[in-house]
Design a protein around this ligand. Structure first.
Ligand SMILES: *Cc1c(COP(=O)(O)O)cnc(C)c1O
Length: 357
């Protein structure tokens, strides 16, 4: 489908950040990957060029109607210095599901994985070696037609940028406090909840700000119709251990199908835990948290991997989960997944691939 990737090297390499811990998503590497789409021609002009700003017309469609999708994955530096990816093809398959929903032309999964590999290999000195730090990879597609009419754009830019980012938990796993949102909703079935599109996040910021004012760092969303069933956290899927079983909301179109979610469920089944993907009401959560049947609760996502939930807030009440600390199984999942990613545990399922030494 695709031609070779042209490479134009920067003449002004940047100073690498020396902060420890590194912040998340604040620094960007020297180069970026770009390609263009034109109706009738398809994706073309794949290239790696010096990192820098776009010049876009103010009428550009992405500014007005948010025809935009993105992905998020990481490159990991192992103890021997080699650099690895975790299930990257899953990200580009999901990007195509997002593309179809948003009337954006699909991309070739293998080509995009190869583009990531070439870009990361070129930028390998940007992959941090601090413990738990990684190179965050952000692919995205924006609609670039210059018109304020609402229709699918005929031109697009696909871009990949790289950000050396610190460990989500510089001091080790730390339980988060989350607020269940009962006013705003994130997504409904038939909408765009299952896609990583910018618009989903713009509409979520107000609830996050409200939660932060109350002292909670994340929002737990309820379904958009009944406002009764648990969906997910801002950028994480949510899971519970109730009476020895692992329970998580089923994927019905409003929840983002996380790659970390999928990986954890596979590990859980391999370890012999019963897994239930089903509806789970806020009442069930409050009840089991109060009567002790809820043993653990955690979020899953690429950024944090696994995030223990210590407390939940709902309509004026704060409830601890278990003793408010880190669940035993939560810690085990974190150790297993990060172990596979950094190569300190065997990767029996073939989830990781080497980029370079
Ligand atoms: C990205 C994201 C997740 C987690 O997906 P991963 O593939 O595990 O990183 C969960 N929910 C939302 C809303 C997201 O944007």
């Amino acid at each position: 489908m695709m031609e070779k990737i042209r490479v134009e090297l920067t003449k002004n390499p940047k100073e690498k950040p020396h902060l420890d811990p590194l912040p998340f998503g604040k620094f960007f590497s020297d180069h970026m990957f770009l390609m263009n789409y034109t109706a009738g021609q398809g994706w073309h002009d794949a290239r790696i060029v010096p990192y820098g700003p776009f010049t876009l017309d103010p009428s550009c469609m992405v500014f007005h109607y948010a025809q935009e999708i993105f992905e998020g994955l990481k490159a990991y530096r192992r103890a021997d210095g080699s650099i690895w990816l975790f299930r990257p093809e899953e990200n580009f398959k999901r990007m195509n599901n997002s593309a179809v929903r948003m009337s954006i032309p699909e991309i070739d999964v293998d080509f995009c994985v190869d583009a990531v590999r070439q870009l990361v290999a070129l930028e390998k000195d940007w992959v941090p070696d601090q413990k738990g730090a990684s190179l965050y990879i952000r692919p995205f597609i924006i609609a670039t037609d210059c018109t304020v009419g609402v229709h699918a754009s005929k031109t697009y830019i696909f871009c990949i940028i790289l950000s050396p980012s610190g460990n989500y938990y510089p001091e080790g796993l730390d339980p988060v406090h989350i607020a269940i949102e009962d006013e705003d909703v994130r997504a409904v079935r038939g909408g765009t909840g299952f896609t990583k599109c910018g618009g989903n996040y713009a509409g979520s910021i107000r609830a996050s700000e409200r939660a932060e004012k109350l002292g909670y760092s994340q929002v737990l969303w309820l379904d958009g119709v009944h406002r009764k069933y648990i969906e997910e956290v801002g950028s994480m899927n949510i899971m519970f251990k109730i009476d020895g079983k692992i329970v998580t909301p089923m994927l019905q179109g409003s929840v983002l199908p996380g790659i970390t979610r999928k990986s954890i469920l596979e590990v859980a089944r391999d370890w012999g835990y019963p897994v239930e993907e089903r509806l789970i009401s806020v009442d069930e959560v409050l009840e089991t948290a109060a009567n002790g049947h809820m043993e653990e609760m955690w979020g899953t996502g690429t950024a944090a991997v696994v995030s223990p939930v210590g407390h939940i807030y709902y309509e004026g009440r704060d409830l601890p989960i278990g003793d408010g600390g880190i669940g035993e199984l939560t810690q085990r999942f974190y150790d297993e997944l990060t172990g596979i990613q950094w190569g300190t545990r065997p990767d029996a399922r073939g989830w990781t691939q080497k980029v370079c030494d």
